[in-house]
Design a protein around this ligand. Structure first.
Ligand code: 1CP
Length: 340
């Protein structure tokens, strides 16, 4: 059993710096494309055997030090009663947007084991196969709320901010319901065998710090508090979160995810006595080998004072990244961090 990732999360000494990559199971891998070939994305998410297969791919092919459950942050939104569609090239679509009290009332707080048995079954199956730790995950409430309110992906988040500023009670009501659903969902993942849990706050960076503090952070804190009983590492990743870093630390998470816009050394000084995860620009995987290795060496060097460092990208791996380039990065992290 390779538990380097868990040790780094806990701030314990490791022989080398562990690495995994956000979105490591996905479209950049031809092996994933092959599995995905004949079925829809949602069919894949609901098929435990196939979820196990694609979760294992980046471990076997790229030698990652942690696995992340194959699923999507929007699966529990569907379990809450919001019909979810995925259209190729367009991303997720919720036709029934949540913009008023009646729509909010229609959402339920589901029993996670009953409504998403395929997720818990995937976790149980994975734990039998894996020789590296398994990370479970959910979207953070603000990020999930944007999809329900906008009806899909967004660039400006007009409807979300309109609700925050003109109907704050409705907004808080939605955040509260998503939070309760997320707590039940992550607790079920931990009971099924997830060994660490990550909250993805992909859109937190569109908020001013004062709004993040008022409208998003309290719900992240509630989730983290409700997971303490499991005694497994909790990772909070606020994408584009440079201005939110101290607030993110106050969430109570054990590990702080860093996007690539931050210098990791500066971030570590601000984070203090906690492990960090990150933060290579996903596009820098396109660099020629020697330059990529040099960049990784300097990132490892900048992170030398961290209480624990889990190497990762600063956001998800891009779908057109050549897998050979990702392998160069994994090998470089393993090799260069051992020498130190
Ligand atoms: O066509 C396909 O095969 C679907 C592509 C795909 C994949 C592989 C989507 C659609 N989701 C996923 C898997 C996924 N999503 C994982 C597990 C795989 C892994 O990490 O190895 C995880 C953790 C997610 C999380 C996720 N989904 C996030 C948070 C992380 C991030 O990248 O910021 C978000 C925002 C989503 C929503 C989502 N899912 C898929 C799309 C196209 C989108 C929209 C993204 C957007 O709005 O820009």
């Amino acid at each position: 059993m390779n538990d380097t990732f868990l040790k780094a999360c806990r701030g314990e000494k490791t022989d080398y710096t562990p690495i995994w990559m956000m979105r490591q199971a996905g479209r950049y891998l031809p092996e994933y494309q092959k599995v995905r070939g004949n079925i829809t994305f949602l069919e894949l998410c609901k098929n435990p055997e196939l979820c196990v297969e694609v979760t294992l791919q980046p471990i076997d092919i790229l030698n990652m030090d942690a696995a992340i459950l194959f699923s999507d942050i929007l699966i529990p939104m569907e379990a809450m009663g919001a019909p979810l569609e995925f259209h190729d090239g367009q991303g997720p679509v919720f036709r029934e947007v949540v913009r008023d009290q009646a729509a909010l009332n229609r959402l339920i707080v589901p029993d996670a084991d009953e409504s998403m048995p395929f997720v818990m079954e995937t976790i149980r199956l994975l734990r039998k196969e894996l020789k590296v730790p398994l990370i479970g995950f959910a979207g953070a409430p603000f990020t999930c709320a944007t999809y329900l309110i906008e009806g899909g992906s967004s660039k400006v988040f007009w409807e979300t901010k309109k609700m925050m500023f003109t109907a704050p009670e409705l907004f808080h009501g939605l955040m509260d319901k998503i939070t309760r659903a997320t707590i039940g969902y992550l607790q079920a993942q931990a009971r099924a065998g997830a060994q660490a849990l990550q909250l993805f706050d992909s859109w937190a960076g569109v908020l001013a710090p004062c709004d993040f503090e008022e409208f998003a952070l309290p719900y992240v804190k509630r989730i983290i508090a409700a997971l303490q009983q499991f005694d497994i590492p909790l990772i909070y990743f606020a994408n584009n979160g440079a201005t939110l870093l101290e607030l993110s630390v106050s969430s109570g998470a054990d590990v702080i995810g860093l996007d690539w816009r931050l210098n990791i050394g500066d971030a570590i000084a601000r984070v203090g006595n906690k492990a960090v995860q990150g933060n290579l620009d996903p596009f820098s995987l396109l660099l020629p080998e020697e330059k990529l290795r040099a960049r990784i060496a300097s990132l490892l060097d900048d992170a030398k004072d961290a209480k624990g460092h889990i190497f990762n990208l600063g956001h998800g791996i891009h779908q057109f990244t050549p897998p050979e380039q990702a392998k160069i990065a994994v090998d470089a992290v393993h090799e260069l961090s051992r020498k130190r």
